[in-house]
Design a protein around this ligand. Structure first.
Ligand SMILES: [Zn+2]
Length: 404
């Protein structure tokens, strides 16, 4: 281990013996009390020295025996330490690709802010390279979203759509003007390849079937059809529910951008749960949906370019959070933003008892066990999926949290 105090968090001394790491309240921490010698010693924790050398340096600086190890342990527990040599074999391989890593350095630094264990950040970044994601829909939202995931280091991003690129599909970061008239899915895949920091990994023998089922870490439904965005067709996700494939909805309908729900099958509300819940609240909902679906198909639907790009960006961020092992706030909720006020708000997508996806049954069982006196937290009492993906940003409580 080559300890490195996370350089992504700006440092500032709040007083003579208290140092604050980070500026923004979401991730800032204070550390103290620190004497001057220890404070100076922090400068040596830059990832260039292993522990034996650091102990020697500590000895030379007249720090007491064991002080260096205690400091490193304390910084590690606080989530302030990275390991310049950690992260495992995949991380080592990524370190060996300097050109690729240079492209991803800001993403790596960002991951270091939100991960706790030394070496976790590069480990997660390296893990993205082995992931496979499918994006259904290659319009203004889908093509940009797919390119973003590719640019952020996701190893394989497959895009599915039909037809040819129309002039109104063109978007910065997505389908280029030169692609007008080309097959839409092929043009989107070219955009994805162009955004990737590296050549795509070669496909192995375990290549999954083409229906978006098993084998994909995540499927994103970024359909160009505005009705499918507003009222997602539950049957379109049947194979994803059956195979237990996590999937995320994103798109633009009229002047509203939508991100979510992220569906963790059997765990959080799905498109059918959404439909049933809306029907409970508004008996006319199915009648309206039927009329919308049977109505005339519009060639050009409203889709503000900046709104579409915003949706693509936020959806990509939610997707990456999930792929990195977290449960973002779109799980069981739709984030919506409407022009021109642009206030984001979340609408819950509760699991519905009539939905065969089973999320409501599981949720009820968990509530029962909670009522019976278990001491699980909300994060822990969700399903095994949730528990496995539970946010790992837990830090020691109390004095570590900065008051900023
Ligand atoms: Zn459901």
């Amino acid at each position: 281990m080559h300890p490195k105090v996370k350089p992504a968090l700006r440092r500032g001394w709040r007083d003579l013996n208290t140092v604050q790491f980070g500026m923004a309240p979401a991730h800032a921490l204070t550390l103290g009390p620190l004497d001057t010698a220890t404070g100076s010693f922090l400068e040596l924790l830059d990832g260039t020295r292993g522990l034996p050398l650091l102990r020697e340096e500590g000895h030379r600086s007249d720090l007491p025996d064991g002080h260096v190890d205690a400091l490193v342990r304390r910084l590690g527990q606080a989530g302030l330490l990275d390991d310049a040599t950690g992260g495992g074999p995949a991380a080592d391989a990524l370190r060996g690709k300097k050109r690729v890593l240079d492209r991803l350095r800001p993403d790596l630094a960002s991951l270091s802010v939100i991960t706790c264990e030394p070496g976790d950040a590069i480990g997660r970044l390296a893990a993205r390279r082995a992931l496979r994601v499918r994006v259904r829909g290659a319009g203004r939202v889908g093509a940009v979203l797919a390119s973003l995931l590719s640019g952020a280091g996701v190893g394989e991003v497959d895009v599915r759509d039909g037809g040819c690129v129309e002039p109104w599909d063109v978007a910065p970061g997505g389908l280029p003007a030169e692609a007008v008239g080309d097959r839409r899915d092929e043009a989107a895949r070219r955009a994805v390849r162009g955004a990737a920091p590296d050549r795509p990994p070669r496909r192995g023998p375990g290549t999954p079937p083409d229906d978006g089922g098993p084998g994909f870490s995540l499927v994103i439904l970024a359909l160009r059809d505005d009705i499918a965005v507003h009222a997602p067709d539950p049957s379109a996700a049947d194979s994803l529910i059956a195979s237990g494939t996590p999937h995320l909805y994103a798109g633009v309908v009229e002047g509203t951008g939508v991100v979510g729900p992220l569906v963790l099958p059997g765990d959080t509300g799905c498109a059918r749960c959404l439909h049933e819940d809306r029907t409970d609240r508004d008996p006319a909902w199915p009648r309206l949906v039927a009329q919308w679906r049977s109505g005339r198909t519009r060639e050009v639907r409203p889709c503000d370019l900046a709104l579409a790009t915003t949706v693509a960006g936020l959806a990509a961020a939610h997707a990456l959070a999930f792929l990195d092992g977290r449960v973002p706030s779109s799980a069981g909720a739709r984030w919506e933003v409407s022009l021109p006020g642009l206030d984001w708000h979340a609408r819950p997508v509760p699991p519905h008892p009539a939905c065969p996806c089973g999320a409501a049954v599981r949720g009820k069982a968990e509530h029962t066990s909670k009522d019976a006196g278990t001491h699980e937290t909300m994060a822990e009492h969700r399903s095994s999926v949730r528990s496995r993906r539970k946010a790992d940003t837990t830090r020691p409580a109390g004095t570590w949290r900065a008051h900023v």
